[in-house]
Design a protein around this ligand. Structure first.
Ligand code: SAM
Ligand code: FES
Length: 346
């Protein structure tokens, strides 16, 4: 197994059977070795820097009905809110003063934010903070809409593909949602010139080892700049409420394998990973991740953007989150940097 890991670290690929054998390997020695080799590669490309992304969750309304998601439209118990442009700009101001140079605007698919509104928000952020990267994560839009946001000043877009397998996709989403459409969005975004992030939940219902290998293959085809992968965590008001959450050890193995397959990639240690284990994000960094995405949303709405149960960091002020993460990152042997943190793709 160590030989396989060494080969993966030098050629950045392996066959399906080999990848599957690493995914299921529970041997602590091997897992440790996998993390060490992934950390070596990450240090070669990005040193010990960990990039900060300030997440602004600006609307909890969603017209979609993804079965796993706490803010899906049929969850009548979800509390809905929308931030005004002024509130979003004020989050950016707080973030900028705390050293953030990337703002991630994320929401449910909320038609209230027309393209004109999104463009006006993006253009104002671009004008006030020309040195910052603007990342959008608004779901599936037309190519024309993506182009308009890009022209208004957005640089990056996060859209997890969720699963690369049609049948699995249809077990996680209503029939109105199509995997082909989601994949097309990702290729459109790339063509327009965005730095693109794809990814999937780990341990989502019906996921198998072979399906994860399919995710790797799709990612190899897309070659995204960022890969967002965190554990699935059930939400009490969804049909998946009794499903088990993604396992920490599998999450860590996947982060390490991703680092070995994609040395250049920006890989977050997600909030969901921090939500399933008190040291989840630190362990994620040690396994190969190099990005953290603390919350910049106003504290009074944070708890309402509840995608899953037991989400951490819903009560802290932005400054507290920043300080807490700096300590955590340092304790893991890395340092938070305020650079924009663009991808270093060969
Ligand atoms: N609406 C946008 C979209 O669909 O891309 C962005 C918001 S969506 C809530 C962001 C991500 O949250 C999804 O891509 C999904 O992977 C993740 N997510 C949703 N429900 C989750 C759950 N129960 N556990 C873990 N992650 C979840
Ligand atoms: Fe739309 Fe989750 S169903 S954000």
């Amino acid at each position: 197994m160590k030989q396989l890991i060494d080969r993966l670290a030098s050629v950045h690929d392996a066959d399906d059977r080999e990848l599957a054998s690493l995914l299921i390997c529970e041997d602590p020695d091997i897992q440790h070795y996998l993390a060490v080799r992934a950390d070596e590669i990450r240090r070669q490309v990005y040193g010990t820097d960990v990039y900060l992304r300030g997440l602004i969750e600006f609307s909890s309304y969603c017209k979609n009905d993804c079965y796993y998601c706490g803010i899906r439209k049929s969850n009548r118990r979800a509390i809905r809110y929308r931030l005004t442009k002024e509130q979003i700009l004020s989050c950016c101001e707080t973030g900028y003063d705390l050293g953030y140079r990337t703002f991630v605007l994320q929401s449910g698919e909320d038609p209230w934010y027309t393209d004109d509104r999104i463009c006006s928000i993006v253009a104002s952020i671009r004008e006030r903070y020309p040195d910052c990267a603007i990342t959008l994560s608004l779901g599936e839009k037309t190519r024309d809409s993506y182009q308009r946001y890009y022209d208004a000043g957005a640089n990056r877009y996060l859209l997890r593909h969720e699963t690369a397998n049609d049948t699995h996709y249809s077990r996680l989403h209503p029939s109105s949602m199509r995997l082909a459409a989601r994949k097309q969005c990702l290729f459109d975004l790339k063509e327009i010139g965005y730095q693109v992030g794809a990814g999937f939940m780990i341990g989502s219902p019906y996921q198998t080892t072979d399906l994860i290998v399919e995710d790797f293959r799709f990612l190899q085809q897309l070659r995204p700049d960022m890969i967002g992968c965190g554990p699935f965590i059930p939400h009490e008001d969804t049909a998946f409420r009794d499903e088990p959450q993604g396992a920490l050890s599998l999450c860590l193995r996947i982060l390490s394998i991703l680092r070995l397959l994609f040395p250049y990639v920006l890989l977050p240690a997600t909030t969901a990973l921090g939500s399933i284990h008190p040291a989840g994000r630190e362990l994620g960094l040690k396994a190969g991740a190099n990005v953290v995405m603390p919350n910049l949303s106003p504290v009074d709405v944070r708890a309402y953007y509840r995608l899953y149960d037991h989400k951490i960091c819903t009560g802290e002020e932005a400054a507290e989150c920043r300080a807490c993460l700096a300590r955590r990152v340092e304790s893991a042997g890395y340092q938070l940097v305020t650079a924009r943190g663009d991808v270093r793709k060969p």
